[in-house]
Design a protein around this ligand. Structure first.
Ligand code: ZN
Ligand code: ZN
Ligand code: FE
Length: 755
């Protein structure tokens, strides 16, 4: 029995070829648990078989366990590939979708090939997986390809163990497979097949917005060189300033606009093929600023399906390729639904008749510190599991509120779902419920415990309350640290630096600048940022000036609200200031927080960068982007001292730093210097706390550590001070990774390890 990502990657043909070359007899078959092989022959040949199996397995497969048992000789005459076994529980890994391979690309562009320009070409090494699987085991009748009957030629390939398309479940050709259709905004057919693609390309060139049914859902595509087209998409999609992702026709084209390191190149060309955040060149060619306003990075990907390859080759210029949804709703997967929901946005719909089994967004990644960091985990990564030592009962973790993902534990494997999104809309909540049902069905998973955030108002927490099974609440920032530990295979004790925007703390206040010591026995809050009040509560997320006002009030008292030379104060009218001042003075509608994210917002506001933002973190990002990399030393100072409440809890008092910042602002010091000195102060404070706590290992987690500058400097300084810092790679540091931490947190709680 072999377990792992062994279905849908040409594993059985590989076994067949290896076995026959060693003159072994027997059989190989898929089962819901993995791959089962029986082989017999000379002892040396069997031993060689066992050695070479894990060594020479196909590139996209991943062997998790290989459990040989020696049985009596049956006397097989030859080696066969048998139909799948149905028994057992389906714990075999479902593979992610895989970007088009080079062999298929060559055929796609070869006029002599029977799949020339066929947008659904694939083989055992590439193509859709997760987005077409309806149930396990992974066989054609269990995929959304079941309606397409293979033609004679396709069937021959499918049945020939020596063929690249042997048991390639989505195998298809122009004669027997899915086809493209182009609709106008009312669903009337304008063109079909290759003409549909060419007409779409022409429309994009002419400035139209085309909704394309891609691999895991719809995308809006427009010409990235047209300010007018991009602006129209922004208005129609109600997405004012969030950066759009781009798809480029080639790596060379990307190089013309962005700096690309060898590691970034590898990531762009990988089978996962995520959107990679790249540094723009100062002198870039075509892409208009409206694509990513005020952002020094561009989110860039290469074509990953044959359909995309054909399209970008037709166009030869970069296109915006962003999720086909309205504002923050989940991505559309069904063409009828798309016609309904996206009609006001897209001019044309390029669709096809291969159904999408579940939504899978494009993933987002960047390279930091010479390693990949996945910021949004979806296509190409989901649903590969994370193996966690010390497994417990089957847990369903429902995640947090923003950037929601869910997780299910099967044995020691934690399957983290694809990105679902912010649970703010009816549609998102529907998608959230769907993914939970989907995972339960796919993995025949029945949780005995549900884990959720401690925040009672999160819709995910509400779902957990209604599950009717025992529920474990895992504190938000602890979940961040546990996720980082799980991913890095770290055991306690360890100091977690858990910095983000918002999460409910165990004391009922809003946390977000936490230092948590995780031990076998529990989790201690050993240090935190000094708290300040947010007038108007959650409204501060969209208005950094409110965070600034709260911080000013905390550091300097009521008088600071009259400092109208400060942009944060000047951004309010007199009557608003009076109302907010009243909230702060009386402590009404002004919840206190230790959030590092809100402190970033406050400083960004004081520095005059943003008083209001369109999405969470926009001001903090602007502050990071503004930082002058040349300013290394000369940081502000954040004293770390004993707090008032708990005897051994440290407090990072940023108030003296705020005085320094106001001084610099008064003297006209550039924002770049202020930002660099601010980052430096935070990093110094992290090292100071780590030194006082005295554990060698430090995990840096939470949304703030998406900030590459903060992360790089913190890692560098911690290492220099003799610590071993860890951070996120495959699991997002933001709330997209919370569900993994919740699973581990639930196990710890059930074993009595939680505080
Ligand atoms: Zn291929
Ligand atoms: Zn065919
Ligand atoms: Fe968080």
């Amino acid at each position: 029995m072999i377990k792992g990502a062994v279905q849908g990657v040409g594993f059985r043909p590989f076994v067949y070829r290896l076995a026959t070359s060693l003159q072994l007899a027997g059989w190989v078959s898929n089962s819901p648990d993995g791959v089962v092989i029986e082989a017999e022959g000379r002892g040396t040949a069997v031993r060689e078989f066992l050695v070479r199996l894990p060594k020479e397995h196909p590139p996209r497969s991943f062997i998790q366990s290989l459990e040989p048992t020696f049985l009596d000789i049956v006397g097989f005459a030859r080696f066969d590939i048998r139909p799948s076994l149905e028994s057992g529980s389906p714990s075999a890994l479902v593979l992610p979708d895989i970007a088009l391979c080079d062999d298929c690309l060559r055929e796609l562009l070869d006029p002599a090939d029977r799949r020339y320009r066929y947008p659904f070409i694939n083989c055992t090494n590439c193509g859709p997986r997760f987005s077409i699987i309806e149930r396990l085991p992974y066989d054609r009748p269990n995929t959304t390809m079941k309606a397409f009957e293979m033609c004679g030629e396709c069937r021959r390939e499918y049945e020939d163990p020596m063929d690249r398309r042997f048991h390639a479940q989505p195998n298809a050709c122009p004669r027997c497979g899915p086809h493209l259709v182009l609709w106008d905004g009312d669903g009337r057919v304008l063109d079909t097949r290759d003409a549909a693609l060419r007409t779409s390309a022409r429309a994009i060139r002419d400035g139209s917005i085309v909704a394309i049914k891609g691999l895991g859902g719809f995308q809006f595509v427009v010409d990235a060189r047209s300010g007018e087209a991009v602006a129209r998409l922004r208005t129609r999609k109600v997405r004012e300033e969030k950066p759009f992702a781009l798809m480029y026709p080639s790596l060379d084209c990307i190089r013309a606009d962005c700096e690309v390191s060898p590691l970034e190149e590898r990531l762009l060309l990988s089978a996962e093929s995520p959107i990679v955040l790249l540094r723009r060149r100062a002198r870039r060619r075509d892409v208009v600023d409206e694509v990513a306003p005020g952002n020094p990075d561009l989110g860039v990907m290469l074509a990953y399906t044959p359909l995309h390859h054909l399209l970008v080759r037709e166009l030869e210029f970069p296109i915006v390729a962003t999720s086909g949804n309205l504002s923050d709703e989940p991505i559309c997967t069904d063409e009828r639904d798309a016609l309904d929901r996206l009609a006001g946005i897209a001019d044309l719909f390029l669709v096809h008749d291969r159904p999408i089994a579940r939504h899978v967004d494009d993933s987002v990644a960047r390279v930091v510190l010479g390693r990949e960091m996945v910021l949004r985990r979806a296509r190409g990564y989901a649903p590969l599991p994370v193996g966690v030592a010390g497994a417990g009962q089957p847990v369903l973790a429902v995640g947090a509120h923003l950037k929601n993902t869910i997780a299910a534990s099967v044995g020691s494997q934690v399957f983290l779902s694809q990105h679902i999104g912010d649970l703010e809309t009816e549609q998102a909540l529907k998608a959230f419920r769907q993914v939970i049902d989907d995972f339960s069905r796919l993995y025949a998973f029945t949780p005995s415990v549900v884990a959720c955030d401690a925040h009672p108002d999160y819709l995910s927490s509400g779902y957990a309350r209604e599950c009717g099974i025992p529920r474990v609440e895992v504190q938000h920032h602890e979940a961040h640290v546990l996720a980082c530990m799980a991913e890095n295979e770290l055991k306690p004790p360890l100091l977690g630096v858990s910095w983000d925007g918002t999460g409910l703390g165990t004391d009922g206040t809003i946390w977000g600048g936490e230092f948590l010591l995780v031990t076998d026995r529990g989790c201690e809050r050993r240090a935190a940022l000094r708290t300040f009040a947010l007038p108007g509560g959650d409204r501060a997320v969209k208005e950094p000036r409110r965070s600034a006002l709260g911080a000013l009030f905390e550091a300097f008292g009521e008088e600071a609200l009259g400092w109208s030379h400060l942009p944060s104060v000047a951004a309010f009218g007199a009557s608003d200031l009076k109302v907010l001042g009243g909230m702060l003075a009386r402590g009404v509608s002004a919840p206190r927080t230790s959030s590092a994210g809100r402190l970033f917002d406050a400083v960004a506001s004081l520095a005059g960068l943003h008083q209001r933002v369109r999405f969470e973190g926009q001001a903090a990002m602007a502050l990071q982007f503004a930082a002058d990399a040349r300013v290394e030393g000369d940081a502000y100072h954040i004293p770390v001292g004993q707090g008032l409440g708990s005897a051994d809890r440290l407090v990072l008092d940023w108030a003296p730093m705020l005085r320094q910042i106001l001084g610099d602002i008064g003297q006209g010091v550039p924002v770049g210097t202020i930002s660099a000195r601010f980052h430096g102060a935070l990093v110094d404070a992290i090292v100071a706390v780590a030194t006082r706590v005295g554990h060698e290992r430090v995990a840096l987690t939470g949304g703030c550590f998406q900030n590459a500058l903060l992360l790089e400097r913190a890692v560098g300084r911690l290492r220099a001070a003799g610590f071993r810092p860890y951070w996120h790679q495959r699991i997002p540091p933001n709330d997209g990774g919370i569900a993994l931490g919740q699973v581990v947190g639930a196990w710890r709680a059930l074993r009595g390890e939680s505080a």
